[in-house]
Design a protein. Structure first.
Length: 183
């Protein structure tokens, strides 16, 4: 299986890649913009494995994403790329809206175009996994029950609002176009 993983040089993305390389036979195409939160050092071991390929690209670049899909023909997408620091989102929300919402939209469109042209067997097996955050549910007070998947959204920062928006885009692409997604 070949997985296109976005944000693979971030904290969580790099842990996912290390797991995939150590525990599976999967190949990983890691698309990362390499911003302030990225660290290629976290992938030193995986970076030496021929099953891992790092592509420095912006998920909001439609041409680049179409080229990645065409060149690498993934079986699944694991979308972890995001601007993710709440305090930074308060100081400057534009990057969060651009990456988390516009970038997710561009990636969804590239995935949809690619998926639409697959043969029936590959189409049926393809998945777009979108990684969200508990921040979309707001904050818990002492004594509140834990969040569940059915907890209503209550974003309270530009970061959490941008992630909630991207979650809704992913669900809309599933319901509107049939793209097989998981949030």
């Amino acid at each position: 299986m070949k997985i296109l993983l976005t944000g693979g040089c971030g904290f969580i993305g790099s842990a996912v890649i290390r797991h995939l390389i150590r525990a599976t036979g999967h190949r990983v195409v890691n698309v990362d913009k390499m911003t302030y939160a990225a660290s290629s050092d976290a992938l030193e071991e995986a970076g030496r494995d021929p099953r891992h390929l790092l592509i420095r690209a912006d998920i909001a670049d439609g041409r680049a994403m179409a080229e990645v899909f065409a060149a690498h023909q993934p079986d699944a997408v694991m979308h972890l790329a995001a601007e993710s620091h709440v305090d930074r989102s308060i100081d400057g929300p534009a990057d969060f809206i651009h990456t988390n919402m516009v970038g997710t939209f561009v990636l969804l469109e590239a995935a949809r175009s690619f998926w639409r042209d697959l043969n029936a067997k590959r189409r049926a097996a393809f998945r777009f996994h979108h990684v969200s955050t508990d921040e979309v549910f707001g904050a818990l007070s002492a004594g509140d029950p834990p969040f569940t998947e059915s907890t209503p959204y209550d974003p309270r920062s530009p970061y959490s609002a941008s992630k909630a928006g991207s979650d809704h885009l992913v669900r809309a692409w599933h319901h509107t176009y049939g793209l097989p997604t998981i949030v």
